[in-house]
Design a protein. Structure first.
Length: 94
């Protein structure tokens, strides 16, 4: 594939993620403790829910950083939808 990796969930649209993103690198990392990619996914979902509720999760939180880390584009609401689908796919696979 080009520079996009695609996660497909039955009955839902395709999610395109840049293969070179830090998230994909962290997800492939093998460690004995919690995977860094999965941890960042869970924390970012929490933070995006706060942003959509009108609360800034931290002083340094930038949506631009989330887009760059995960290699996806869109609004906060769209990114949250994508990340929830990715979390669901990861849960099914493990």
């Amino acid at each position: 594939m080009n520079k996009d990796s695609q996660f497909i969930k039955e009955g839902y649209k395709m999610i395109k993620i840049n293969e070179d993103s830090q998230f994909m690198k962290d997800l492939d990392e093998n460690s004995s403790s919690v995977n860094r990619g999965v941890y960042n996914l869970i924390v970012t979902i929490r933070d995006l829910k706060l942003v959509l509720a009108g609360i800034r999760p931290s002083r340094n939180f930038k949506l631009r950083d989330v887009k760059r880390y995960f290699g996806i584009n869109g609004s906060a609401k769209k990114i949250l939808e994508y990340l929830l689908e990715i979390r669901h796919i990861i849960k099914i696979g493990s």
